[in-house]
Design a protein around this ligand. Structure first.
Ligand SMILES: Nc1ncnc2c1ncn2[C@@H]1O[C@H](COP(=O)(O)OP(=O)(O)OP(=O)(O)O)[C@@H](O)[C@H]1O
Ligand SMILES: [Mg+2]
Length: 268
């Protein structure tokens, strides 16, 4: 059974020798949505960039669509099937919506596909991206990533600066994309409860440690556990058992530094 599109194994990440993310492991299958949650500064963006291969890992490995990410440039990863939506909504503000979508079109991609999921943009095609509302800009950013029909879509802070009503509108679209096209999605999100409405699985990072790794429905049933995780308090062991390494993580936490040194360094 190899519909696993993303395999992250004992990943440590950070900046210039400063470890920000510790011992993250998970697997993601085609059509699944993983919500990556945690308070400000927890390491979510660092994690996403390391998993995508844009930031060299300190140790551990990532296999994306059967390829180790450290052997691929960001451009190669995009060609392989990774769509990456950074948290800065880097649109070409003076270009029209249509032009922004066309710029994203590689090979066999199609604007129609993106517009099918975000029909609001259809009537805005000829106005500049800079004059869209915040919600429309975020739709355009995701639509742009969809144009090349990614197999994996990573989205950092989908809801930043958006009204909850807009977030509530966009999240189900992601679920539909994932269901229809079997796109695997990694979603970094501050609106925890809303993210859980669409997530198959959620990981909560606190200070770079995996505090929770559990199915979305389990977390939906007991939101107090998430609050405890955010506050750094102990959580129900059931919520950590789904991280493959979680059972050993607790025992190994004290030896983490040694493990990190032993693991193979990834060249920058
Ligand atoms: N370029 C960088 N160089 C050095 N340290 C960094 C860099 N970017 C982030 N950090 C540090 O790494 C830690 C995690 O930051 P990161 O941005 O990954 O967290 P985050 O969970 O995405 O936070 P937020 O919710 O605010 O977006 C923080 O302590 C931050 O100061
Ligand atoms: Mg961030």
């Amino acid at each position: 059974m190899t519909d696993i599109v993303l395999r992250v194994d004992h990943l440590n990440g950070g900046y210039a020798g400063h470890t920000v993310l510790r011992d993250l492991s998970f697997e993601l299958r085609a059509g699944e949505i993983l919500a990556l949650l945690g308070p400000n500064g927890a390491g979510k963006t660092t994690t996403l960039m390391t998993v995508a291969g844009f930031l060299p890992a300190i140790s551990g490995s990532v296999e994306m669509l059967g390829h180790p990410t450290r052997k691929n440039s960001p451009h190669q990863l995009a060609r392989l099937g990774l769509g990456y939506v950074p948290d800065d909504r880097a649109l070409f503000r003076s270009l029209t919506v249509r032009e922004n979508l066309k710029v994203a079109k590689h090979g066999g991609g199609t604007l129609e596909l993106a517009l099918e999921y975000f029909p609001e943009l259809r009537k805005r095609l000829d106005i500049t991206a800079g004059s869209l509302s915040g919600g429309e800009q975020q739709m355009l950013v995701i639509a742009r990533a969809l144009v090349s029909r990614p197999k994996i879509l990573m989205i950092d802070e989908l809801s930043m600066g958006l009204a909850p009503a807009i977030v509530a509108k966009v999240l189900p679209v992601l679920r539909r994309i994932s269901d229809d096209m079997k796109t695997a999605i990694v979603l970094v999100e501050q609106h925890v409860q809303q993210a859980l409405t669409i997530a198959d699985h959620a990981i909560v990072l606190v200070h770079g440690d995996v505090r929770v790794s559990a199915p979305g429905d389990v977390l939906r049933r007991d939101p107090t556990q998430l609050e405890r995780a955010y506050l750094g308090q102990s959580v129900d062991p059931e919520l950590t058992q789904h991280a493959q390494t979680q059972d050993t993580q607790t025992q190994d936490a004290k030896t983490q530094d040694t493990k990190t040194q032993d693991a193979q360094e990834v060249p920058a």
